[in-house]
Design a protein around this ligand. Structure first.
Ligand code: WQD
Length: 344
């Protein structure tokens, strides 16, 4: 889709990453002009090639660190965006335990800078990438946004909780930003074109990239971390949200913010399917959807894992007029097509 020269610009920090790149596609499809800010410290420049293949055009990209105040001020001045979607952050739970200062620096400083710059350049609309990890192990399921946040299970999770508090306090102080924090559940899948997808650097920590690498023979087998939980088949339950649906949720959030009256506002919204799936069912669904067998063994529980978490998506349905459309099978088929593309 081509864009007219006057399409409203949206800064997308981390826009070359997994969720960021898919959101860039959704933004263009919705008539916005995304401006990517990504230092490629946790993403690949090849994502820009994939975006060009999907969109038939280049997307402006500043290969800079979004923590540099002078550079960011120049970008705000030059691009005059009407909104910001802030993805840029480190997100490896395990790494955050080993390197907490890196996570607090990288995940919080850019947020503070954006909140300082947006009012200076009359940018009012702000979407923040948060995570269901702030809930820990909820007492009641499905989990609603009113569920009290539990002490973070990791420095990574803490940066998301603190990030939400920073935005809330800024809005309480009447900093003129309309903000939505989207609490993602478990993002999976890839764009149906197989031109963009998840690029796990090194050994995947997350389930679905490990499944696709095992199916591809890159990993000898998958270890299922525990089958003695109090769940239907003994394995953990999660809410696996397709990355294209997740991207569309960001566009809906942005549209609702733009429509909202001027001023300072803040809210949090769960972005999930509302369905819980066990690890074994994800494996089974993958095999049925692709016809490819996955070797797995049952291993010990992984420290820090919650037993069950899945979203109540009533608020997303109502406030964003959004719901997940893609099935687990479709997401897994797209993830597999992306894995095969990576191996060409
Ligand atoms: C899912 C399930 C594992 C790998 C994390 C972050 C969260 C968010 C999403 C950023 C669990 C099991 C996994 C494997 C397995 N990230 N598993 N074998 O831990 O729910 O969430 O990623 O926002 O913040 O915490 O996702 O994909 O790592 O695990 O059995 O090789 O799959 O035990 O039950 P998780 P995950």
């Amino acid at each position: 889709m081509t864009l007219s020269g006057n399409s409203p610009k949206i800064l997308v920090t981390g826009g070359a990453g997994f969720i960021g790149s898919h959101t860039v596609v959704s933004l263009v499809n919705a008539g916005f002009e995304p401006v990517i800010i990504d230092d490629f410290s946790n993403s690949e420049r090849s994502a820009l090639d994939g975006l060009r293949a999907i969109l038939g055009r280049d997307v402006t990209c500043y290969a800079v660190n979004c923590n540099d105040a002078d550079i960011m001020a120049d970008i705000f001045r030059k691009e005059a965006p009407i909104g910001v979607i802030h993805f840029a952050a480190n997100k490896a739970v395990g790494e955050s335990v080993a390197k907490p200062l890196k996570y607090y620096r990288n995940n919080l400083d850019p947020l503070l800078l954006l909140l300082e710059l947006m009012p200076q350049y009359s940018v009012q609309n702000f979407v923040f990438s948060s995570s269901c990890t702030v809930y820990g192990q909820p007492e009641h399921l499905p989990v609603t946004e009113e569920t009290p946040r539990l002490p973070a299970q990791s420095p990574y999770g803490n940066t998301k909780a603190i990030g939400e508090d920073i935005i809330r306090d800024a809005v309480t102080a009447q900093i003129p930003v309309k903000a939505l924090a989207l609490r993602y559940f478990n993002p999976i899948g890839a764009h149906p074109s197989a031109e963009i997808g998840e690029l796990p650097l090194g050994v995947p920590a997350n389930l679905v990239p490990f499944i696709t690498q095992t199916a591809a023979g890159i990993r000898p087998s998958l270890t299922v971390y525990g089958d003695d939980y109090n769940t239907p088949d003994g394995t953990c339950v999660r809410d696996y949200i397709d990355v294209v649906d997740l991207a569309d949720a960001h566009v809906q959030a942005l549209k609702k913010l733009i429509e909202a009256p001027e001023g300072a506002s803040y809210d949090v919204i769960n972005i999930g399917t509302g369905r819980g799936e066990t690890v074994l069912n994800v494996i089974k669904t993958f095999e049925e959807a692709t016809g490819v067998n996955v070797n797995y063994v049952i291993g010990p529980r992984r420290a820090g894992d919650v037993e069950q978490v899945y979203a109540d998506v009533t608020k997303a349905n109502r406030v964003l007029e959004w719901s997940a459309r893609r099935s687990l099978a479709e997401s897994l088929r797209d993830a597999w097509n992306w894995q095969k593309k990576l191996m060409k």
